[in-house]
Write a protein that binds this ligand. Structure first.
Ligand code: ARG
Length: 405
């Protein structure tokens, strides 16, 4: 009788390469390796596919999901200006639900009993993989070989070498734990675990330091339609290409470095370094265009929804009903967010220096202090009196009763 199958989220790195053999030995299963390209910068997907087989998988699939990641994951996040703790554009948190979607699809195609991931027990990613799987496929089991096994990296290397598993060679030297995709790059571990230590330059790959950034700014014009960017400097491109272009261009000016103390869902505070030049540039520009196009009450409410939305994505609830409902709100809110934004990339900043829109609510006639002012200032007198009336009434009452402050 054939063994039950498990679809493993495979990166081609040390942990998941070793996990294949471990699952076979300890769980008596056949492993299907599944690698998903979300723009993490792998050159050769075929090589990863082959490595999965060499490490003992019965089947190995690689999926190019770069376009899908941009259109179905980055796009809604951008419409919501989604930033966890107002700082982190959710890089890893966005890719996990997409990887889960493909794991489940492959599990169905190969008639598997469950899925597995290579996360430890200390992070958010285990939650995103497992809760995502529970939501899309409540009948599938989830396995966490690295969490269950609890081996250090060096011990894992020795274990693999004893068995002749062809693990990737670079693993023993890299001091950081890296995850990356089209929306950014994350770094943890090593010296970064001391929150007082300044991140060494070798942490960074997508950005230059401000000290090395060019002395000339780079100005670009981004066009948006209904909340999404469609062109750069008049050149129309698909979202995936546009994000990649901006990431590179803004990275050259040192834009998008983030150094933060982060509240993980599992209760740990951790020190995280992110590089998100494209994401930061786009969110800055999108927010600014919203300021021009959104009616005040909607703008105010949208800001509160944005925080909630980022939090639920961070916490692994992507496939749940609240996410879907807030998406509907975000789509509606972005209906008139179309126009152009001028952005200057310079010395670590992506600064909006101009914006315009057919749907813009800015009125020169209302705003100007010059000739042509259409704002009726006589209306302000009554408005201010009524606006302040509740406070005036309250203050008179408490002062009468001797309250002084
Ligand atoms: N702390 C970030 C998050 O939870 C980054 C996680 C990176 N994942 C990793 N396996 N290195 O989204």
């Amino acid at each position: 009788m054939s063994k039950p199958r498990i679809v493993l989220a495979y990166s081609g790195g040390l942990d998941t390469s070793v996990a294949i053999e471990w699952l076979k030995e300890h769980k008596d299963v056949d492993v299907v390796a599944c690698a998903v390209d979300v723009g993490q910068g792998v050159d050769d997907l075929d090589e990863i596919r082959q490595r999965g087989l060499d490490c003992g998988a019965v089947e190995s699939v690689v999926i190019d999901a770069k376009q899908e990641f941009a259109d179905e994951f980055i796009a809604p996040a951008l419409k919501a200006n989604a930033m966890y703790m107002n700082k982190y554009p959710l890089v890893s948190a966005l890719s996990r639900p997409l990887i889960v979607k493909h794991l489940v699809k492959v599990a169905r195609e190969t008639d598997a009993a469950g899925v597995a991931h290579g996360c430890t027990g200390k992070g958010n990613d285990q939650v995103r993989f497992e809760v995502g799987t529970m939501t899309l496929a409540p009948d599938l089991q989830t396995l966490a070989p690295i969490r269950e096994w609890g081996l250090t990296r060096d011990a894992a290397i020795d274990w693999a070498q004893e068995r002749g598993i062809p693990i990737p060679v670079t693993s023993k030297t890299s001091p950081y734990s890296i995850d990356e995709n089209a929306w950014g790059r994350t770094a943890e571990c090593g010296i970064l675990e001391d929150p007082w230590a300044k991140p060494p330059e070798d942490v960074f790959e997508r950005t230059v330091s401000v000290a090395d950034a060019p002395d000339e700014p780079d100005e670009l014009v981004l066009a948006f339609e209904q909340g999404l960017p469609v062109s750069v400097d008049g050149v129309t491109m698909p979202l995936a290409d546009l994000v990649a272009h901006l990431d590179e261009r803004a990275g050259r000016h040192g834009v998008g470095r983030i150094d933060m103390i982060e509240d993980r869902l599992v209760g740990i505070k951790s020190r995280e370094i992110y590089e998100c030049p494209g994401a930061i540039t786009l969110i800055n520009a999108h927010r600014d265009l919203e300021d021009l196009c959104l009616e005040q009450e909607l703008a105010e409410h949208k800001r509160t929804e944005e925080g909630r939305y980022a939090q639920l994505i961070y916490n692994g609830l992507w496939w749940g009903p609240l996410k879907r409902a807030i998406d509907a709100f975000m789509d509606e809110a972005n209906r008139y967010v179309s126009g152009e934004v001028r952005v200057e990339l310079f010395k670590g900043h992506a600064t909006v220096v101009g914006r315009r829109s057919e749907a813009g609510l800015y009125s020169y006639d209302m705003a100007t202090y010059d000739e042509g002012d259409q704002f009726d200032q006589t209306l302000a007198e009554g408005f201010v009196k009524l606006w302040g009336l509740p406070l005036k009434t309250w203050a008179a009452k408490v002062q009468q009763q001797g309250d002084r402050w």
